[in-house]
Design a protein around this ligand. Structure first.
Ligand code: HEC
Length: 102
């Protein structure tokens, strides 16, 4: 019985546990290189996520970027037109590419 009371007191006590200071969630603004086509990326990618995903991939071949944009279109239903896709892949390869086609 004592155990049950003790457990109940501990459980209820945790419901009222409070943090006295306000908690700040850090905001990280990932900026990408300003170059030809950057506005097309801003219009087509930022609606779902930050540019952190792009930057964190490291330098990649053209085919990698082509497939990534295809993945956004087919799997995640990103509404990206054919013309915009070309601009985006050109931009990604030029600015975040490793010089290799595949
Ligand atoms: C419709 C929403 C949507 C749009 C628009 C979108 N993405 Fe994504 N993207 C996602 C989701 C969902 C993930 C996966 C998140 C996860 O796995 O945690 C992702 C992940 C990624 C990744 C990480 C690698 C991977 O394979 O998961 C990259 C790189 C990426 N996106 C690039 C882009 C680029 C470049 C654009 C613009 C051309 C874009 N995304 C537009 C939804 C979107």
């Amino acid at each position: 019985m004592k155990k049950i009371i003790l457990i109940t007191v501990l459980m209820v006590g945790s419901l009222f546990a409070q943090v006295s200071k306000p908690i700040e969630v850090p905001y990280i603004a990932y900026t990408i290189k300003k170059a030809k086509g950057v506005d097309t990326l801003q219009a087509n990618c930022l609606m779902c996520h930050s540019f952190g995903y792009v930057i964190n991939q490291g330098a990649q071949p053209r085919l990698f970027w082509d497939k990534k944009v295809d993945k956004m279109i087919t799997h995640f239903k990103a509404p990206i037109t054919k013309a915009d896709k070309k601009t985006i892949v050109d931009y990604l390869f030029k600015n975040y590419g490793n010089g290799k086609l595949k």
